[in-house]
Design a protein around this ligand. Sequence first.
Ligand code: SAH
Length: 223
Amino acid sequence: MAIIRPNSQAGIGMTSLRTRERMLVRLREQGIKDEVVLSAISTIPRHIFVDEALSIRAYEDVSLPIGYGQTISQPYIVARMSEILRNGQPLQKVLEIGTGCGYQTAVLSRLAKEVYSVERIRPLVMKARGHLRELKCINVKLDHADGNMGLPQIAPFDAIIVTAAASHIPQDLLEQLAIGGRLVIPVGTDEQILFLVERISQSDYRQTKLEPVKFVPLLGGVS
Ligand code: SAH
């Protein structure tokens, strides 16, 4: 008689699927309503973005360290920022500042036609590139650069998301927003607030204060 051993990989897969479902229930309870965002999140395995030792915590609603003093964003904030950017509409060309390990980038790749993401720490760009390749996110382009400048050669963007806290809203990013476009950015040092900036016309922008958040700082230059 053959002994059937449970496959340990399959075991991990089952657990992550179940815990991922629990994460979605929690996101709904926290007020995330956009089904397209929830469905995108359900397709991205968050555990592959963190070190194996932390993967057991990958579906908790917490940010986790990814090395180089940086973190992977909390699932709630990834969902919330994606929902704000989408505003119920499909996204075309999106710019993300602060790729980190690429989790938010992967979620965006399921929500937009094209995603450009900029990261200032080279080893994180390499790490993110590996994860995004594994998940076949073929509509994403990563750049090792200082995101404060945006990507003028690719602009305008219909959505810009900054996933590090800025001391002020960078002028270059405002200029690279398409008319009708939306920028979501955490602003502040000790106390940070999430802002939505909408470009109404060539010269008019509408700024809305959303909610308190906690991000690593947006720094200058590359490393
Ligand atoms: N989007 C990530 C969050 C990463 S944390 C996620 O889904 O988990 C924020 C990232 O912003 C860090 O990796 C940090 O190195 C990067 N960052 C900070 N200042 C930056 C800048 N000026 N340009 C590009 N990336 C920056």
